[in-house]
Ligand binder design. Sequence first.
Ligand SMILES: *Cc1c(COP(=O)(O)O)cnc(C)c1O
Length: 753
Amino acid sequence: MELRWKEAAIPKRFARLIDLAGNLWWTWQPDAQRLFERLDPVLWEEVRHNPVALLRRIERARLNAAAQSPGYLELYDRVLAEFDRALTGETWFERAFPAHTGIPIAYFSTEFGIHEAFPAYAGGLGVLAGDSLKEASDLGLPMVGVGLLYQHGYFNQRITEDGWQEALYEDLDLENLPLSLMTGPDGQPLQVEVAIAGSPVRARIWRLQIGRIPLYLLDTQLPENAPADRELSAQLYAGDPERRIAQEMILGIGGVRALRALGVHPGVWHLNEGHSAFSILERLREHIAEGLSFEEAAARVRETTVFTTHTPVPAGHDRFSFTLIERAFAGYWEQLRLSFQEFCELGRQDEPWGPTFNMTVLALRFSDHRNAVSELHGRVTRRMWAHLWPDRPAEQVPIRHITNGVHVGTWLARRMRALYQRYLGPDWMERVDDPALWERVLEIPDEELWTIRRHLKRKLVAFMRERARRRWQRNHVSPIQIVASGVLLDPYALTIGFARRFALYKRAYLLFRDPDRLRRLVNDPQRPVQIILAGKAHPADEPAKRMMQEIYRLIKDPAFGGRIAFLEDYDIEVARYLVQGVDVWLNTPRRPLEASGTSGQKAALNGVLNLSVLDGWWREGYNGANGWAIGEDRDYEDPNVQDAADAASLYELLENVVVPLYYDVEADGIPHRWLRMVKESIRSLAPFFNTRRMMKEYLHEMYFPALEAARRTAVAIPEPVRQGVRGHHLAEQPAGPRSAEHDTIAGGGEHGV
Ligand SMILES: *Cc1c(COP(=O)(O)O)cnc(C)c1O
């Protein structure tokens, strides 16, 4: 594919806008976004903040006008200089660990949530993966991402007048994504091959550049493949087990082969959740082909594998029947010198209905470095998998925890960034994990903070109105749906946000348990409260869709005065507006099922207060003065008792504590006590719940021990071992800002706030 848009006449002076659009670095740089926006603000909105689409369509006159603007030229030069520094300057990692810089760390994930224009994520797992790669870029870690390219992305959500969720799939706009097709020295596209159920399935490899980090995405949409195989990488989380296992074979086995084809030989293999655990089998196969015994191979694989488990919900762990394993792998076990029975034992987990091959079991057995994603989740996870270590008490099961964090540059509102710049110092983003730095938040004048908080809420309300207007114009929806989408919201009322996947355990219904009490709360004429909900239910999760429908019925009820709204199509863009714009972030999971959660961390960073059950990260973050805890720090046997207790606690907190505090405004019109709590929240939470702290923990606790092992045993894999790799070995080439091999390009835009 050739860069058609490159033929569009971009004046020489602005030639490097193409480089900038070709690297998703701009997604966490407000000034880079502004650079595109200022060229043509109307077009920028039209293309949904996608710089590739913008450059393809922009009129020459616009570029000429920009070339005449000294302000624009100054911004252009400054952003490009920052871009070059970010991509080629000395990094934190090089300074701190000069001896470690050569060996790549592979990061495998089914989902990557990087930007709304690239819908390769369903929820928190993907957003965490995206945030991790961005932070790896900022820190200069030698990471490479591996995933799948989903032609249809994840679904877009529409709610019918009756409150029923509809799923709409939209094809990826490949021409407007900054993807490069990886080729060998002969110029031919590289391909890898994986035998699935005895027939070869081929995949090509795309690269998406995220700052310094390449993300390689496998894609089976090739004419050489059978039509059904072409669709394997089409959709995130294929429903039926046959396709699911094939997809995971492409990711795991194909992913290892893709790295080999690219000449990338990682010293650390990080599996973000069990979906990519088949990579373990492929690496065992490589070592055995090298001449090692199974036990020796297993030892090598274990010491260089890092595994992160993300959910205490049993259904969240993929498992396959032995029959399916036998069909899909069709003899692969022989290359591991195992019988089929022995092969099945690698991932065996006995369920009430019989033995299964469990991806988490496989990953836990073949990784020496294992972690859960919060302290409580660590405890639950150790209990959950204690049967794999029968000689140990549950507390000594070797699974530690590293609590999740969020990428500050991605989630922080532009205005808040400028505020921190002023009060924390110019180098603050380099030191976001330093608690001493955040002490300075206490010096921010209330007036300034309050002005920004109000601005962000107005932006959220304006965003919702604009979306409602567009739906009204385009889809001819009923007026009641327009009310439900938030047009009656008051930009000055206390606003509570609740946005998360609609799974039953997340308990969106908790707030609605006593509709009369809720009605009194939202309708208080002196102290009105409004609530914004957002979230998708898995298309196959009927109970969750029914819960959504019931809530939607209440929202439509005029008795609630239009003060409760449902914001459709929760994605990264909607999340950004919500976590920046509301006053209170509500989270009501059924403890302990929320492994960590991260949306509340995004909210805290932006000066929003958390009101949450003591589960996941909040159990570690809550200190009594930085937000509110719903319920107690305890477990329940009976979920109904738990619901009743948590709902009572929630209503009491809202009525007696949260609402009075927000409306406790002094003579100058500012709620100083509220803002004191906001500052305490930022001060105490921001330095810990970010990806910088998180990635440094991964580095010290997981990656370094694995790297040491890799060094001891040398990571090179001899040539004959490479199997299923077509095309030639490619010299490893760091993708600098000037690498001009982008075939198609795209992206989408972060709304500046
Ligand atoms: C941050 C984020 C999540 C994860 O947040 P939780 O706290 O786990 O609900 C999910 N989806 C989107 C779009 C996000 O931005």
